[in-house]
Design a protein around this ligand. Structure first.
Ligand SMILES: Cc1ncc(COP(=O)(O)O)c(C=O)c1O
Length: 467
């Protein structure tokens, strides 16, 4: 299928499915060109094709709309379509470190969160209040898993812009990405199975692997380009890997982003071995370049990628709203959701659907990305000043850098000493089942830059050189 035909098919299926309804505005040619990385001609051809089929219409000076002459579709029924293996034991260490960074007077370089002051609380409160007032009592029943149809429609529309043929049917709304990731992992594995993970990897991934009694097969991960495919292929063949859990964009803790080609090759490799991918993609809205990185999901035509997203990092921390586009595993994930937490808060789902519908989301994201990009530059300048000659990553999005200290510096020791000075850092060993990366730290730049933060970097450098 040609690119424009593929795009036209995607739009047509969103219309058939009811995610796009008569009168709805379609993304502009400029938006799709930028966000999907296709040429204007591809979008124009796709829209011409849809217009010829009577599905959409062009309104002069205004854009493209789903044709008003179409019969509105009934709501879609919630039919869900369908190295070395190491035992993991990091929880104690992770909890010890997380407890120490909760206190908000502590300098938050070790925190997993961006500053809460970067989010549109008033707008969210207005939508949440409105959602609670307008709440249909029957939605407590109708919005049981897979979740609010309106929210799933809005999420499916964002996939249209950023690539990936995802329809509302395969989306399951969850309590944050964390639940989406756990449900996905449960769906794909049983105790004792081997799961391929990145090295270093997000500690909550290690905790999930640990709590389900799985074995971690660590795959070397390049600090800029993500998981290495050669070692992954060998690991799959050697260890009977049942699933992979990777962050393909702005990986936590390295900040690595796989180039598009590599994402395509990853999906091809996994499809050839029939190994599903849990794609943890909670940071991709926080890009600093000209367009959002594509998800590996956008290369998946076999339903093997379970793409987990969230609003926690980019719109509404604390609302605990995430989702998984679970491909052919959607029905199983949905059932596990019912068994685990029954449902996700209905007013919260309605409020976020409302924010997405009213298009304030993109304006907020633009501001947020600008703030994070500037903060990254300030942190990097400070790190380069106080740690001259040290290696540090410079991610193209997200809010973490990974700093390599000289061999022999123990970051766990450094963490304890820095804490005595009111400064937190995230030491390397919490990102490894074998407690490697002892001389590395993850630093958070999600907070507005200040002279106090620069002093804190200087203090860490002094403590580090004394070790
Ligand atoms: C890589 C990664 N995945 C998932 C999550 C969890 O997201 P949520 O807050 O939506 O559960 C986090 C949060 O720190 C994260 O860093």
């Amino acid at each position: 299928m040609k690119r424009y035909e593929d795009l036209a098919e995607h739009v047509a299926s969103l219309i058939a499915n009811g995610a796009l309804r008569p009168g709805d505005r379609l993304p502009s040619v400029r938006e799709l060109r930028r966000d999907r990385g296709v040429s204007p001609a591809t979008v124009t051809h796709a829209y011409q094709l849809l217009e010829a089929r009577g599905l959409i219409e062009t309104r002069p000076q205004s854009g493209h709309y789903v044709s008003d002459r179409l019969e509105p579709r009934p709501a879609a029924a919630s039919r869900a379509r369908s190295a070395r293996a190491t035992k993991v034991d990091v929880s104690e260490l992770v909890f010890e470190i997380l407890d120490s960074v909760r206190e908000h007077r502590v300098v938050p370089f070790g925190s997993a969160f961006p500053s809460p002051m970067l989010f549109p609380w008033r707008t969210l409160a207005r939508h949440l209040g409105g959602a609670a007032r307008k709440m249909n009592p029957w939605s407590t029943v109708e919005s049981l898993p897979p979740g609010s149809l309106e929210l799933r429609r809005q999420i499916a529309r964002r996939y249209l812009r950023f690539g990936g043929r995802v329809l509302p049917d395969e989306i399951v709304i969850t309590n944050g990405a964390m639940e989406a990731l756990h449900l996905s992992l449960q769906s794909l594995t049983k105790p004792g199975d081997a799961v391929a993970i990145e090295s270093p990897s997000f500690y909550a991934c290690l905790q999930a692997v640990e709590s389900l009694g799985l074995k971690a097969v660590e795959i070397p991960t390049h600090p800029r380009e993500g998981v290495e495919l050669g070692p992954l292929e060998r690991a799959i063949d050697t260890h009977k890997v049942r699933a992979c859990w990777f962050m393909t964009s702005f990986q936590n803790p390295l900040g690595a982003t796989m180039p598009d080609e590599k994402k395509r090759d990853l999906v091809r490799l996994l499809a050839s071995r029939d190994v599903p991918l849990i794609e943890d993609d909670v940071y991709s809205e926080l890009y600093f370049g000209s367009r959002r990185p594509r998800a590996a999901k956008s290369f998946d035509d076999r339903g093997i990628v379970l793409h987990c997203g969230s609003f926690s990092k980019c719109l509404a921390p604390g609302y605990r709203l995430g989702w998984v586009a679970a491909g052919r595993f959607a029905r199983d994930v949905q059932r596990r959701k019912v068994m685990t937490s029954l449902a996700t808060s209905i007013p919260v789902q309605d409020a976020i659907a409302d924010v997405l519908r009213h298009e304030t989301y993109d304006a907020h994201l633009k501001k947020l990305r600008g703030a994070l990009a500037a903060q990254q530059q300030s942190l990097l300048a400070s790190v380069r000043r106080h740690f001259p000659g040290h290696r540090v990553t410079e991610p193209e999005g997200g809010y973490f850098v990974w700093l390599e200290l000289p061999h022999g510096v123990d970051s766990l020791d450094l963490h304890r000493r820095a804490l005595k000075h009111g400064i937190s850092i995230a030491p390397g060993p919490i990102f490894s089942p074998r407690r490697e990366y002892r001389n590395c730290v993850r630093l958070n730049y999600g907070h507005p830059w200040s002279a106090q933060l620069d002093q804190a970097v200087r203090q860490i450098a002094r403590l580090s050189s004394a070790l």
